[in-house]
Design a protein around this ligand. Sequence first.
Ligand code: FAD
Length: 466
Amino acid sequence: MEFLVSRTFYARGQTGQQLLLGAYSAMNRQIAKGKIQMFSRHEMVELVKVDGKARGIIARNLITGELERHSAHAVVIASGGYGNVFFLSTNAMGSNTTAAWKIHRNGAFFANPCYTQIHPTCIPRSGEHQSKLTLMSESLRNDGRIWVPKNLEDAEKIRSKTIKPTELKEEDRDYYLERRYPAFGNLVPRDVASRAAKERCDAGYGVNSTGEAVYLDFSAAIERYGKEKALVSGIKQPSVEKIIELGEEVVEQKYGNLFQMYEKIVAENPYKTPMMIYPAVHYTMGGVWVDYNLMTTIPGCYCIGEANFSDHGANRLGASALMQGLADGYFVLPYTIGDFLANDIRTGPISTDLKEFEIAEKNVSDTIDKLMSIKGDKPVDYFHKRLGKVMWEFAGMARNKEGLEHAISEIKTIRKEFWENVRIPGDKDEMNTELEKAGRVADFLELGELFAKDGLERSESRGRTF
Ligand SMILES: Cc1cc2nc3c(=O)[nH]c(=O)nc-3n(C[C@H](O)[C@H](O)[C@H](O)COP(=O)(O)OP(=O)(O)OC[C@H]3O[C@@H](n4cnc5c(N)ncnc54)[C@H](O)[C@@H]3O)c2cc1C
């Protein structure tokens, strides 16, 4: 008897989205009840410590540019991961390291910065002018078979569009994961799948114009599902066309939304021609160090979700990130933060007139003025892209001592040039997305160096990387 095992539980390729909707709804309910005050379009840009304890933050109103002081008995950072240090990643464009980096600069330890998860199933980049990568859900590997041409000449013919992938005979295809890992096949862990794809592409077998793509082929699944459905529906001796039609219906039911998204982006029909995928930076296991109560090394400063380093070790499992976020927020923090507040709440409200707030605000204001005054001739993205390329080439999936040392020195150079030559148009007292980006990239340029140094410290293999 054959058992088909799904690697993760999922909701039609929308698992994350469904979990997010649940979390959003729960938060909105609390906002409506008046238990949470919402400040949208605000960015935390500095932590304020009073007597060594976290007592508030400085935030910038992203619409007016105004700096605001917010005081509290404790501060919780939930600002997500820093995958965008690579410039290209599957993360939202607004994801950044600033909040985590600011508390680190204020004394919170940072753990395992170099632990980055590279996701194997993303839509490959199409060229140089791309700022975002799109994830194809992990669930696709339950049914897709991964392959590249067996021969270099065929790979070249596919890249130059001399032949179509569907024209390549079965014996001329290399299902390299099934060949190398027969027990797991296409369901090998993410790091193994990602490394193997890069290795094949680096060896010249990549299949898109950049040479950075492998195929994820659903034709076998379509055929299998088609035959099963014909059997269940009592259709005797179905034609090949009927089997494909029925199989596509099943695949559409499972992954229709993803296939549609792929077709919109790549302009190819993945039911008829194999999907192209390539690894992309997706998740950062490293982050701010926290104890079992989720408190950082700064008393009263907590860090939850992807921004902290906990739970996942060197490689997270599929679907565990959102569960960590929900567990931290629903089940852990509400109980552990009381332990700290019990002793501190008696101080009464904390005034934002304290000199610590004044100093923190002045520091932020000075940094903004400095950025605005540079008036160089390169946009923020120019430096971010350069940083991303260094990170990907020398601190990404494959690393070695020379490469990491090179990365450290390159990042220092880019950082120096950034502070001498960045150009931020507009004004600081208005909505200014270039200024926002500049602050974030300034922090990425510091984090990137720590990242590479951390990689250099580790000669062991940590699953997700060499
Ligand atoms: C495309 C994609 C698909 C994914 N699919 C899955 C999945 O199926 N299952 C799974 O388990 N995980 C999945 N993940 C991972 C998971 O979504 C993240 O790990 C998780 O959302 C992290 O939650 P978080 O609340 O810690 O941070 P985030 O969801 O990143 O939220 C952080 C928030 O903080 C805001 N912020 C950042 N800096 C500041 C600042 N300085 N001031 C104010 N606000 C700030 C950000 O704008 C953002 O709104 C996916 C991730 C991506 C990118």
